[in-house]
Ligand binder design. Structure first.
Ligand code: AMP
Ligand code: GLY
Length: 440
């Protein structure tokens, strides 16, 4: 089975490893030379990931059967539509279906129209004046979001990054003046609680849930600093999280399922991985965002734990039949990203980074290459997250220790890691916070 993969980050490296394990022949498109992906690929095309002409020519020349897209930018550019037009079956959504991520107002409007649970109060604005007028009047705290894509870094929340009304107004002006994420804004009610990620595989009708994951968006330890694409994440051996009950999870799954049904009714059926990010509040899970792809870093947790054939899952998502039940191992995983110094504010890329993958594996961990480039046989850091290290263990504690041991085999003089991810004190803080929210 020949699969074209798009994307050169650690999420895509994890997907490529899972595909390789299940016997797929990989044809990789990426803008950087990711050595992990390169090692598994039959052929590599280095080009912009939204260069539809080059990607389609590559697919035709290599008789590609299936397509898998990692990042949101090529989805938004319509790469799936273009590949489908030339007969490639895709396990990722069309541009119309991907609007569930690429337009935050489309997502909220769909959820409202179909009366789906978990919605938050929201208003979208086309001008700064109207948005500012609204935030001056509203009697609850809000999150300010550019409507379009911003690489996960465009959201600012009152009480976190926005300390007062002046900060909020300043940020609204910044979005409109800088045309950030399309230069429109959505103001949402702030949800209080603990976040978790529920991803599912879907063929547009049925869903197969993946283990729950918790990401860490804030750049610095103790959940401080700016929002990033995600600094690391963990999953538990029972596929829940220490502060999420089976009932909470069922509610989140029902929401994702309803969204998939609604998209089909709207004439844009959704195939591939759907990513639901939820805030677990005192009133149950509330939708923070829906993404049209695997989460990064969350993909590294779930794909490391995936026991079943990822190739078979992709075939099913793209319209085939599923033979066996999909299984994930009963192991916990902790992923910590090695990022370039300054990441989240202003990255300092261009440093040599060395990695001893064999010793990492001997530590009970696995490394996925991210934003690094292979230049003259040297691995060089890019501006985004460099390498994800996933520790695997019977408990979160053990997985965390394996991850930390693995991290000692990565050397670079300009990197940063959030070492608190997956540690007992931070997890206890989450459990205590959730108890307090639930009034227990
Ligand atoms: P997003 O890019 O939408 O995932 O937002 C980034 C981060 O901002 C999320 O991980 C949340 O921590 C926070 N956030 C976004 N929307 C809200 C909201 N409505 N209420 C509270 N926090 C939010
Ligand atoms: N980890 C958050 C995201 O992939 O959007």
């Amino acid at each position: 089975m020949k699969v074209l993969t798009i994307g050169g980050g650690a999420r895509e490296h994890a997907a490529v490893e899972a595909l390789a394990r299940s016997g797929a022949e990989i044809y990789a498109v990426m803008k950087n030379v990711n050595p992990g992906i390169q090692a598994r690929a039959a052929k590599v095309l280095i080009c912009n990931e939204d260069d539809l002409d080059k990607i389609c020519d590559f697919a035709i020349d290599n008789f590609i059967e299936y397509g898998f897209v990692g990042p949101e930018a090529p989805l938004s550019a319509g790469v799936v539509d273009a590949l489908q037009d030339i007969g490639v079956k895709c396990a990722s959504p069309t541009a119309a279906a991907a609007r569930i991520e690429t337009s935050k107002s489309f997502m909220r409007e769909l959820v409202t129209k179909y009366g789906i649970d978990g919605n938050l109060r929201y208003n979208s604005f086309d001008t700064a004046a109207e948005a500012i007028d609204f935030v001056k009047k509203v009697d609850y705290q809000v999150a300010v979001k550019p409507v379009g894509l911003t690489g996960g870094k465009g959201v600012k929340v009152q009480g976190d990054q926005l300390q007062n009304l002046d900060d909020t107004i300043e940020y609204i002006n910044e979005i409109f003046e800088g045309h950030v994420g399309g230069g429109k804004v959505i103001i949402e009610e702030k949800a209080e609680g603990e976040e978790f990620t529920q991803m599912v595989f879907t063929n547009g009708e049925d869903i197969i849930p993946m283990p729950l994951v918790q990401d860490h968006k804030r750049a610095y330890e103790g959940d401080t600093g700016p929002n990033t694409g995600g600094m690391g994440s963990y999953s538990d051996s029972n596929h829940l999280l220490p502060f999420v009950t089976e009932e909470d999870r069922e509610k989140a799954l029902a929401i994702v399922k309803d969204i998939i049904k609604a998209l089909a009714k709207e004439g844009c059926p959704y195939r591939g991985t759907m990513y639901g990010q939820f805030m677990l509040t005192k009133d149950g899970p509330k939708i923070i965002e829906i993404n049209a792809r695997f989460g990064d870093p969350e993909a590294m947790n779930v794909l490391t734990a995936l026991v079943s054939s990822f190739s078979e899952i992709i075939k099913w998502e793209a319209g085939g039949k599923m033979k066996d039940e999909v299984k994930f191992s009963n192991k916990a995983t902790v992923c910590k990203y090695v990022v370039p110094r300054g990441y989240g504010v202003k990255s300092e890329p261009g440093h040599t980074i060395s990695i001893d993958t064999e010793s990492i594996e001997n530590s009970g961990a696995i490394a996925y290459y991210g934003s690094v480039d292979l230049k003259e046989n040297k691995l060089i850091t890019g501006t985004s997250r460099s390498i994800g290290v996933v520790g695997i263990g019977d408990t979160i504690e053990e997985a965390e220790q394996h991850c930390e041991k693995g991290l000692t085999y990565i050397k670079c003089d300009a990197i940063y890691v959030r070492h608190d991810i997956g540690t007992a004190p931070l997890i206890q803080k989450r459990i205590d916070h959730m108890k307090q929210i639930r009034g227990q």
